[in-house]
Design a protein around this ligand. Structure first.
Ligand SMILES: Cc1cc2nc3c(=O)[nH]c(=O)nc-3n(C[C@H](O)[C@H](O)[C@H](O)COP(=O)(O)OP(=O)(O)OC[C@H]3O[C@@H](n4cnc5c(N)ncnc54)[C@H](O)[C@@H]3O)c2cc1C
Length: 292
């Protein structure tokens, strides 16, 4: 299997800045993220504190970032990284059904808003999943529910509609979902998920403010999942990834940048940390290559 120098997870300001620096340092790298870069860029009304771009709308900042990334010939792979495992001197990453290897990884996945649903953490892997592409095939021919944080997750529900017997879709956003006809859109607020102790038929029940929905799996698709769930063994501090001034985490070769490392949540801070993380990753990769 080909091993990349670096894999960058996240296409917000931190991940994009890291990718530009990785390109300048001629690293063999991949960048994973979203087609709209980051909801936190697109949804910002007016930004007045980004150096060099005074008073700019979020949608326009997104265009400027995209044009710089395109100009540098950097491709964004629009897939979710499901898990990152430290193997000692390299990493394996799960992307759907695929496994990738990299010498270094930069986590630039931002922060997730909102608490986990009651039942979510206990039932993870036993009727709850964060990735339809990774786990959908386990529920072939079975009923599933999708709690979706943004329209960019609709492709995941579309994929499930082709293999599952029933897909119940709970959008947490105001836009009208554009989904195949066999997906049932339900505008109710999910409250909790329970294990079905007595039913051999379905595994869990999604409970909303006005209904109960027994299914085999609830896919919870958020823009970001917590660092501890993405990378087993990563050290956290007050809910954020603990890093030093080189943006290094406790796992050798793993760096983190942006909102994921803590407040202040700001574009400039995220972009600056992305730059430092990529330079630190470049030094780490050079050292690893010399040693092997
Ligand atoms: C409405 C709003 C207005 C704001 N206004 C300002 C402002 O005026 N000035 C300012 O300085 N800051 C502002 N901010 C804060 C700013 O948006 C954040 O600090 C900044 O976006 C953080 O950048 P980031 O790269 O760390 O993370 P994000 O921008 O959150 O990007 C994270 C990226 O990681 C991707 N991702 C997450 N998990 C995975 C995974 N498993 N696999 C692949 N990709 C993944 C996401 O899709 C996303 O692309 C605002 C925020 C909001 C919400």
């Amino acid at each position: 299997m080909a091993r990349y120098d670096l894999i960058i997870i996240g296409s917000g300001p931190a991940g994009l800045s890291a990718a530009l620096t990785a390109r300048n340092r001629n690293l063999n790298f991949l960048l994973f993220g979203s087609r709209n870069l980051s909801d936190k860029i697109a949804k910002a009304h007016r930004i007045t504190n980004y150096l060099g771009l005074p008073d700019i709308a979020g949608a326009d900042l997104e265009k400027v970032f995209r044009s710089q990334i395109d100009g540098a010939g950097i491709e964004i792979r629009e897939e979710r990284i499901g898990m990152v495992y430290s193997m000692g001197d390299y990493f394996t990453l799960q992307v759907g059904q695929e496994i990738l290897e990299a010498t270094a990884v930069i986590l630039a996945t931002g922060v997730s808003s909102g608490k986990p649903y009651p039942g979510e953490e206990e039932l993870l892997g036993r009727g709850i999943s964060y990735c339809a592409t990774c786990d959908g095939n386990f529920y072939r021919g079975r009923p599933v529910a999708v709690i979706s944080g943004s329209p960019s997750e609709e492709t995941e529900a579309e994929f499930l509609s082709g293999i599952c017997s029933q897909v119940l879709y709970f959008p947490l956003y105001p836009e009208t979902p554009s989904l195949p006809e066999n997906v049932t859109v339900i505008r109710e607020k999910p409250n909790s998920i329970e294990k079905n102790e007595d039913s051999a038929d379905t595994k869990v029940t999604l409970i909303t403010d006005s209904g109960r929905y027994p299914v085999d799996c609830v896919f919870i698709l958020r823009q970001t999942i917590s660092p501890g769930k993405l990378v087993p063994g990563i050290a956290e501090e007050n809910g954020h990834v603990a890093v030093d001034r080189k943006q290094a985490t406790n796992l050798p070769g793993l760096f983190a940048a942006g909102d994921i490392t803590g407040t202040p949540y700001q574009y400039m801070k995220a972009a600056g940390e992305g730059n430092v993380a990529a330079l630190s990753a470049a030094s780490w990769i050079t050292k690893q290559k010399k040693e092997s």
